[in-house]
Design a protein around this ligand. Sequence first.
Ligand code: ADP
Ligand code: MG
Length: 320
Amino acid sequence: MPISEFDLIRRFLQQATAQREDVVLGIGDDCALLDVPAGRQLAVSMDTLVEGRHFAPGADPVALGYKALAVNLSDLAAMGAEPAWATLALTLPGADTAWLESFMTGFGALAASHGLQLVGGDTTRGPLSITVQVHGFVDADAVLRRDAARPGDRVYASGTIGDAALALALGRQPGVEVPVELQLRLDRPTPRVALGRELAGRAHAAIDVSDGLVADLGHVCAASAVAATIELARIPVSATARGYLERFGWQPVLAGGDDYELLFCVPAEIEATLIGHCRALGHEISRIGLVEAGTGIVLVYPDGRMSREVPAGFDHFADA
Ligand code: ADP
Ligand code: MG
């Protein structure tokens, strides 16, 4: 790699995130050296954002830096893990210092707020693509797996569902102004790390909503060999999103994805205690359904109609 690019890396990446004591050796050598706390397991996850596929050409680099890390932190949240380290593979069309500085502003601020340190990565030239790998710690007996939901569990969702999908759909319509509160939910999803850590060792199963509420809960049901019933009237929908429900129907809420909220299954015996505890800490969580014996997901509409089908959406949801 030319010396200028090497300098770039050092300048922007080395100090951009938290500095942790368990990093024996960070950016600068052939490998990072990391101390995993004795008795804990390492939770590892990776996500890639590709220009033209996951974001539009010319997208704000600050928002990209934030989102590239946020979607990875969301996976740690869904396992109940404590974020520790990240590695970053950047493929850049050119050595654009301003872009990289902005990217690291978004990445670094979110990393610092979670005590996470960037410990290494790779930088190559090519069409813009961003891959982040995160590493977190979990206690073996407290981890939130997809395969641990049980009949009788209550299904909960954090935050609100459908905002990001609506921002995406509205943004694709020429001349339509996307309400800022929806756009922010698409560009700056909040990884529910603190909530995940409260649920660890208590909830039975969890997943983050990246593909859509029904699809992601479907992953939990399939892995756990259970069914679930969802009451649509109970799904938390923001006031702004509610205003679009009539026009778009339930599709963005049920199938939209990209909200990075948590879906989790709580055993009935501890429901009151756990939910009271989480709410007292300020977490917004809503009970949306029930885990049952069987397979698949049953949707109960506000008028009582039941269906196993997610309604088809407009064309612009095709690859949402
Ligand atoms: P090598 O040729 O030994 O693989 P590199 O020149 O790719 O090393 O990287 C030098 C150092 O900079 C390494 O410590 C590497 O982890 C780090 N690094 C390179 N690119 C990135 C990046 N995008 N983010 C974080 N660290 C990076
Ligand atoms: Mg390398």
